[in-house]
Design a protein around this ligand. Structure first.
Ligand SMILES: *Cc1c(COP(=O)(O)O)cnc(C)c1O
Length: 224
């Protein structure tokens, strides 16, 4: 069972800050996902392309907005392109062009966030600031007609050190503002800063997050 009171409290807290809650249902029993849906929740995050394709098929009658939040391989785009609401994890120009290709095939536009590298850890995926500029400056980028860049996403270092986390979220917010000023000043769609997870969402909200991706806090520990 999900913790209903905790969810409702979280939802209120986020709503009062105008922050959208992406309920990260990856590797959670589908029953828990349905429980949250019954409480009125519609936005769910998954990080495995085939798994979310299967979930989308089996929950076909539900009105779910699926957000893809994990590392995406180009050969897996086809599984999610027909239905995904937003891809948070665009970390290369190649991936973006492939997403565009599959969006076109499905006769739709796919909302994307540029995943930026803000953590100290080596292992995290993402573009650095200069790479984002290079991507957005390129002629090829401007020819992509079936993707919409809606903002940026980032993950802070996995640490107890709140100052460190805050510094990284501040940096992502700062990147967002600079990118918006330079490339998207006239574009109302560029407005999202996806940052914050179960352990660090409060700091993320304080630092200007517009979307938090929260799993274990709502659903409990994941099953492996
Ligand atoms: C799993 C995951 C989350 C959710 O993490 P929790 O700690 O369970 O809240 C958020 N973002 C990404 C990219 C994830 O992979």
């Amino acid at each position: 069972m999900i913790n209903k009171d905790l969810y409702l409290q979280l939802k209120n807290e986020l709503e009062s800050n105008k922050v959208e809650l992406i309920a990260v249902s990856k590797r959670q029993p589908i029953e828990k996902l349905k429980q949250l849906y019954e409480l009125g929740h519609r936005v769910f995050g998954e990080n495995h392309a085939q798994a979310v394709k299967e979930r989308n098929e089996s929950l076909n009658s539900l009105q779910i907005d699926w957000h893809f939040i994990g590392h995406l391989q180009t050969n897996k785009i086809k599984y999610i392109a027909p239905f995904v609401s937003m891809i948070h994890s665009v970390d290369s120009f190649k991936l973006l062009t492939e997403i565009n290709k599959y969006a076109l095939k499905n006769d739709r536009t796919i909302n994307c966030l540029l995943q930026m590298y803000i953590a100290e850890e080596e292992s995290k995926f993402g573009l650095d600031f200069d790479e984002v500029l290079e991507l957005l400056d390129s002629k090829e980028f401007n020819e992509l007609e079936n993707i919409q860049i809606c903002g940026v996403m980032g993950m802070a270092t996995y640490t107890e050190n709140e100052n460190q986390i805050r510094k990284e979220f501040k940096q992502l917010h700062n990147h967002f503002e600079k990118i918006k000023a330079k490339y998207f000043n006239q574009d109302q769609n560029f407005k999202e800063i996806s940052m914050g997870m179960s352990g660090d969402y409060k700091i993320a909200v304080e630092e200007g997050s517009t979307m938090v991706r929260i799993g274990t806090m709502i659903f409990g520990e994941r099953t492996y």
